[in-house]
Design a protein around this ligand. Structure first.
Ligand code: FAD
Length: 417
């Protein structure tokens, strides 16, 4: 027999977008049920980089201190080397931004901490091992979801259903929302290795050599996550060359890592492939349903914007939904909130996507003259502090929408540490 529960809002997906949204909404006194198909939050090779505007938001949500008491790395700078020379360096401490520094937080810890905070509010329920299987639709409106759980089939009836089920969103498909996948020319291979002694673990390092690049991201406690580009669908070909081909690539891009990589990555099973694409969804909702996070706008890993936008989405939409739920004509107001949410968030997402695509084009330049020009562009940015500030402010100081609550303050007004 199907169990039925009724709630204000049902969220499909307990990732950064779904849980931030659920916490912010439950904190406003509303009922929210989150369905998460996995039993635990353990997941490898996911975004762990949190930009300063989201750090500030996590502080507003009351979870930053709890994160700091656990495992967190402050990142002080970004360094980009091209053809063996440092061509761009950004010291985050010199930028005006909501919180001083970006941080690296293991994703299971972020999700666990958001859940603990949300569980302090009586309206919050997280059902693990509960996989949504379809939408409940009546009178032209989404009214909830059906799910399978450990205890058997479940129907969640809700005034609003939120698809926060990630880049391969099924909720998006079930709602018939068109989706355009724009594959980038290359994919990415990730692995983790110990941070070499010659590196401090507080720096994003980007290494470019010709049309190859690697991103080296500090990872708690003394590790580094490394992603490097491979040709689209080129994993099989790379693997056929043996693991030595990966080691040789790292020797070229980041020789400081050579020994660590040989030890930490003796075979392909220590690597993970990330298919790189960006996803454009022209409409983020239908009556009774909205999409959040990667389901609404998959970004690429360049400049680590995925979690940032997931968190900003969650907070912004919770403010809007909270208001809609407290008035009359709730259904109409929820639909207005969904449309308003997309209007508010889309320009920032489009800006981030544009910057990512331009970066990827620069990384992939094939001819020597174009690569020389690339180095000139990076050096120009490096030597023009106002330009540098402008670029990073656009990335790290996204305006937060919603109808109340503090927006991200103008500049460095709220240093978190
Ligand atoms: C390999 C990799 C590396 C990345 N690196 C970075 C990085 O360095 N920095 C960065 O900012 N971003 C990075 N990202 C992107 C970042 O992880 C995402 O942008 C972010 O997690 C999006 O959050 P989300 O909540 O929208 O989706 P997700 O994190 O994908 O969460 C979706 C959740 O929905 C659940 N779910 C799916 N279907 C169902 C269902 N039917 N029923 C119930 N639950 C369901 C999933 O189990 C999952 O928990 C990376 C992503 C990947 C895959």
């Amino acid at each position: 027999m199907t169990e039925t529960i009724t709630t204000d809002v049902c969220v499909v997906g307990g990732g950064p977008a779904g849980l931030t949204f659920a916490l912010a909404l439950a904190a406003r006194g509303h009922q929210v049920v989150v369905l998460e198909k996995n039993r635990s939050f353990e997941r490898s090779f996911r975004g762990e980089s949190i930009a300063p505007d989201s750090v500030w938001l996590l502080e507003q949500l009351g979870v930053l201190d709890a994160l700091r008491r656990q495992r967190i790395l402050d990142v002080r700078q970004m360094e980009l080397r091209d053809a063996g020379a440092t061509v761009l360096r950004v010291d985050f401490r010199t930028l005006a931004q909501p919180a001083r520094l970006p941080v690296e937080v293991p994703q299971p810890m972020l999700l666990g901490t958001l859940t603990e905070a949300a569980e302090r509010h009586p309206g919050f329920t997280l059902l693990r091992q509960a996989a949504a299987t379809g939408l409940v639709v009546a009178d032209g409106r989404v009214r909830g979801v059906d799910a399978t759980t450990e205890r058997g089939p479940l129907r969640v009836r809700a005034r609003l259903t939120v698809g926060a089920d990630g880049r391969y969103s099924k909720v998006r498909d079930w709602a018939g929302l068109p989706y355009r996948k724009l594959p980038l020319g290359r994919d990415f291979l990730w692995f983790v290795a110990p941070c070499p002694a010659v590196w401090t673990n507080d720096t994003y390092r980007i290494r470019i050599s010709g049309n190859q690049h690697a991103m080296c991201i500090p990872t708690y406690p003394d590790l580094v996550r490394v992603g490097f580009n491979i040709p689209k669908n080129g994993l099989r070909q790379l693997r056929a060359q043996g693991i030595g081909a990966l080691h040789a690539r790292i020797d070229e891009l980041a020789p400081e890592l050579s020994d660590a990589v040989r030890e930490a990555v003796p075979g392909w099973s220590q690597t993970a492939l990330l298919e790189i694409f960006t996803g454009v969804v022209p409409r983020w909702g239908v009556p009774g349903l909205a999409l959040l996070g990667d389901a609404a706008h998959t970004l690429t890993p360049v400049l680590a914007q995925g979690i940032n936008h997931a968190i900003i989405d969650g907070i912004t939409f919770a403010r809007m939904v909270g208001h809609a739920l407290t008035g009359t004509s709730v259904d109409e107001r929820l639909d207005e909130a969904t449309a308003g949410f997309q209007r508010m968030r889309k320009p920032s997402v489009d800006r981030a996507r544009g910057l990512q695509l331009r970066q990827e084009k620069l990384f992939a330049l094939a001819s020597a003259p174009a690569q020389a020009l690339r180095r000139t562009v990076y050096r120009l940015v490096d030597h023009t502090p106002p330009l540098k500030r402008r670029i990073w402010t656009g990335l790290y100081q996204t305006p937060i929408g919603g109808t109340d609550g503090p927006d991200v303050p103008a500049a460095g007004l709220h240093p978190a540490h």
